[in-house]
Design a binder for this molecule. Sequence first.
Ligand code: GAL
Length: 955
Amino acid sequence: MSFRTTSAIDYVEDVSPGSGALPPRARYASSDARSLSLNGSWRFRLSPTADAEDDSFAAQGFDAGGWAEVSVPGHWVLQGHGSPIYTNHLYPFPVDPPRVPTKNPTGDHLHTFDLPSDWPSDGGAVLRFDGVESCARVWLNGTDIGEFKGSRLPHEFAVGHLLKPGGNVLAVRVHQWSAGSYLEDQDQWWLPGIFRDVTLLHRPAGGVLDFFVHASYDHVEGLGTLRVDSDVDGRVTVPGLDIDVATGESVTVPVRPWTAETPRLYDGVLATEGERVPLRVGFRTVVLEDGLIKVNGTPLLFKGVNRHEWHPERGRALDLETMREDVLLMKRHNINAVRTSHYPPHPAFLDLCDEYGLWVVDECDLETHGFTEQAWRDNPVDDDRWTPALLDRAARMVERDKNHPSVVIWSLGNEAGTGRGLTAMAEWIRGRDGSRLIHYEGDIDCRDTDVYSRMYADHAEVDRIGRGLDGGTHRRRGLPFILCEYGHAMGNGPGGIADYQHLFESYDRIQGGFIWEWIDHGIKDERFGFAYGGDFGEELHDGNFVCDGLLFPDRTPSPGLVEYKKVIEPVRIVGDRADGTVRVTNAYDFADLSALTFEWSYQVDGETVESGVLPVPELAPGESADVKLPDPPADPRGGETQWTVRATLAADTAWGPRDHLVAWAQFPLSPRPLTVVARSDGPVLGKGQITLGPAAFDARTGALRSIGGIDVRGLRLDVWRAPTDNDNGAAWQPDLRYGPLWRELGLHRMQHRLNSVELGDDALTVRTRVAPAAREVALRTVYRWTSDGTRLRLTVSVAPEGDWRLPLPRLGIRLGLAGSVDGARWFGGGPGEAYPDTTSASMVGRWESTIDALQTPYVRPQENGARADVRWVEIGGLRVEGEPEFWFTARRWTSEQLDAAEHPTDLKAGDTVWVNLDHGQQGIGSQSCGPGALPQYQLRPAPAEFTFLFSEIHG
Ligand code: GAL
């Protein structure tokens, strides 16, 4: 006979959202009612199971003196108790909903506090938790006040009757795993803890309860209509608009509308008998009209990012300054939209979005992705028992965030399959707030949603969708399209985003997209720099898939963000060489160009010789003007010339300083004159070596040894690059994944067979065959060296042999210079790295860098740091010119060492700086989750010839 007892921890595995909490309501940042932050150092005890300890710790008088301490907000696994786990979509426990493992790390938290001496004695009080992962039970002064789930959602409890002036004991038991964990399978670290603020709010008699600010904008009449519905009657005043009305009453006045580009907020007050709450009112109207998402009558183009909350030391416990940094970085990189993947963010983040201007897709805390492993059987979103929990989550999001003008779309969640529960959420949201649209990517037929949304669709499919040739349900065919995720920014990349942007701008139906994702979730770690999945010994993990952001974990912009900024710039500048004009187009949706100043400059061989103001009219959105450039200055040097036009902020703004670069373009005028090198010298065979002009070669192998006084090591053809995350692709990708295929073919272990060393009258010719063991494919490679006595010219000819089925990683030469070399100067693309499909932000000019700064510190080491379109580079006393332009890379380790490294700490500088001079590079693509490099960016083996001119720099 078996039986089961009901136990004190049954709530952990209960599908219900919890008990004891107050109904959800609007969040406001401040009010004249008192509040007390309970953040700080709390006593903490970790237990291995949910019921290892009884609840006696919650009783008053319990002595927790021997306990550890943790910071609240915080995650205990980032404070030395247990460790984080990273999985993408796999549940790190057996899928047996709603049951969770017996091994269920449980953190008991204790905090003792006094009320301030002037804390009002009347009214009530509310205890608010802004976020606890994943399930908490709460006691105040020994009384059990309830338990809740819904990690990234607020929960409030009425506690006035329990408070004492001094010695209040707040006890919170937090379980890492609960039924709620099944609804929170987002691709991120599992990080238990009280990770958002805990606050005690005084609730005066007659104080504000819930309220809903309805502020719409009539773009035809230029009028705003305001109505504040409030559970407690009161008055609404907006002094700047002379508004003074009762709650529930509408008023219409001329206003300036709120948009992400022009985030006009009007300060107001909601005053009830007992409380005054400041309002920040933004008037705007969101509609679905003509199959388009329109705000204030204008269709939007989202230039967005997916943002998880992340801090490399504090995890998802973010402070205000970090949130502000995110918003400022977004604004400074031309980003206009955020999807709060995949849960409502800390509420202060939305205040910042209102203030600085970002369109927000506010996403509910819901993902059940792990059920895909079992063909979605038992998926909670299609099981009525879970529907109350889903509706609770929807309500907690909508009620909390409904007064933010920045929020234009509600998203039901992410990757939760399909089911009745989602439909119920959508219906509830529509009933509560008809003023916004509804999004959910998993609803492929758009039964419940207002926008057709996909992730990682390739360019060709987006093009078909743009043309309306994608089929789909009747409803879907009439809806706008967005890519809620694209451009997977894992490691080096994403590539191909300029090609996406071109599609977005070609079809009205396509209203933009959101790059996956904003920031790498690397955890600061002494051992590795930044840790990723597996670094904590997890039995199941998804490695560095958690590091796929446009920012490195410490918020340094990666080259991907610099590229994105350029791709989405809000001004298009196109030069016309023939008539000396530039066409400037305002690509904002709402703002004119009055905030920008335009400047032209003229470069000869990459050096600016003249510059001046370019008078651009204050174009309205969508308008263009042709603006005449001055006559080009006389150029006595006869060098390569180009124009550069830059648009910068004309004055300091809330998010960027005056002179901040917003948009730019370059267009060439006269091409680069090529250097002619007479073949005046011939090779001379000496004792064990051949000399040719300034160079010495090994007589037997024909290998270059030195140029003048500079030793050169191991110069030879190189095709290998340390595969990028995008080269490797994701395991589930059906397409060709070149990283593994390259390795299988043996491109990382090419052998160089010497066929001949030929001394001609004016040239040294070395013939080789470069091929991997076990294969018949090869690259016949001929090095032809000539000299005019001081300069050395190398022409490399490469002829593929055999049946090549794969593109090459790279094609060029590699050479080694002394390890003491510490920097490089070059004329070409810069300042940052670029690859064939990530060149948008590469600006042609004169640049310099240390060798160390040439490296891009991807959290998992991989190919990086190439500079594009290089005309010449000076490094280690050597000047190298290329015909045609080339890609230049220099590092203190070989590509093989880079390839072997798992963390940057594995890379040790050797006694050589390895330089790659590449004729070609394979594109990057975004196959770590999306499509690979487009055909035009692939480096297909084909006969090739390229030349480098070497000379020693004297003086
Ligand atoms: C998507 C998912 C994201 C993330 C991304 C890959 O499928 O929505 O949460 O996992 O793929 O990095």
